[in-house]
Design a binder for this molecule. Structure first.
Ligand SMILES: Cc1cc2nc3c(=O)[nH]c(=O)nc-3n(C[C@H](O)[C@H](O)[C@H](O)COP(=O)(O)OP(=O)(O)OC[C@H]3O[C@@H](n4cnc5c(N)ncnc54)[C@H](O)[C@@H]3O)c2cc1C
Length: 283
């Protein structure tokens, strides 16, 4: 057996539609391939990625290997437990729960990205966090191979989790509860309406910065005049000042520069050090 490393174009993989060339990328499809990669590519430093809906890859180092979860697919539903590989889309999982009359994931029905990315960043939608209904996660690391981690051993907080840097999230099991489909459908519709009103529909990575003491960073950015501010093909959305959107010909460097401009302005004018929600990988 062999699993080949190759170059990948981050602009084709990211929901922003821009990014550099990833020199070394690999897309394992199962546990056997994961074991092969960890055994045979020991000289590389590993960087883990899912759907790139929260990560911008500007440039990569030759000694880094980008391991994507997006081809790790599969799921099962047993009574009120839903298990899925971490490359499955979170929105798909939410739909699956709905189809099986299970409540707990309906607020995530339109969240872009994979289950692995959502768990790593403890994604939140409309007052719920993805960790709320988590039961167990299987992770793979060089030291321990595949092992199961229980919800009780993990710490989740606002857009944060306690997974170690060398742990690749492989699969997750959620504990859900039976609910009438009409109730779930109603909530899914409400979520759709809320998101259509609040979020720009153009290509983006979602919110750029985390909330500041519970207040959206967009509140400060709007007051600083960032709405609509543009650099080349990237601009702050007129709809939501905390989202940077790509007109179609935007470049990763422009995105990064606008992020830095916003950080500097917020620090200068309000003494606030904005914390990035988006991860920017720059070699
Ligand atoms: C239009 C839009 C709306 C959004 N709305 C929301 C929202 O309402 N709430 C919210 O919280 N987020 C939101 N986001 C951000 C994003 O969708 C979520 O953070 C999503 O869960 C990220 O998943 P991903 O697979 O794309 O992760 P990636 O961007 O690929 O990775 C994110 C992080 O997770 C790590 N990671 C990914 N997969 C694995 C793995 N298998 N093992 C170990 N580490 C891994 C990466 O190293 C990286 O640090 C939005 C984004 C967009 C574009």
């Amino acid at each position: 057996m062999s699993v080949k490393i190759g170059a990948a174009d981050a602009s084709a993989l990211s929901s922003l539609g821009c990014g550099g060339i990833i020199r070394n990328a690999v897309f394992p499809e199962n546990l056997e391939e994961i074991r092969y990669i960890w055994q045979n590519y020991r000289d590389f430093s590993f960087v883990f990625l899912g759907g790139c809906t929260n990560t911008l890859v500007c440039a990569t180092k030759k000694e880094d290997l980008y391991v994507f979860s997006t081809r790790l697919k599969g799921f099962s539903v047993r009574e009120e437990k839903l298990t899925a590989y971490c490359g499955e889309k979170t929105a798909f999982l939410s739909a699956l729960a709905y189809q099986n009359g299970l409540a707990g994931l309906e607020d995530f029905c339109l969240l872009p990205g994979t289950v692995g990315g959502a768990l790593l960043g403890n994604s939140g939608c409309h007052g719920r966090e993805i960790s709320d209904s988590l039961d167990t996660v299987e992770v793979f690391s060089r030291k321990d191979g595949l092992r199961e981690r229980c919800r009780e051993d993990l710490v989740f907080s606002y857009r944060q989790s306690s997974f170690a840097k060398d742990e690749f999230l492989v699969s997750a099991t959620f504990s859900l509860r039976a609910a009438p489909k009409e109730v779930l459908q109603k909530r899914r519709r409400e979520v759709g309406e809320i998101r259509r009103k609040a979020l720009p529909s153009e290509k983006s990575l979602g919110s750029v910065f985390k909330k500041v003491n519970g207040v959206s960073a967009g509140y400060y950015l709007e007051r600083l005049g960032f709405k609509g501010k543009r650099l080349g093909g990237i601009r702050f959305s007129e709809k939501h000042a905390n989202v940077l959107i790509n007109d179609g010909n935007g470049r990763a460097e422009e995105y990064k520069e606008l992020v830095e401009l916003a950080e500097e302005a917020c620090l200068r004018e309000y003494g606030i050090r904005l914390e990035r929600e988006v991860r920017i990988l720059d070699g």
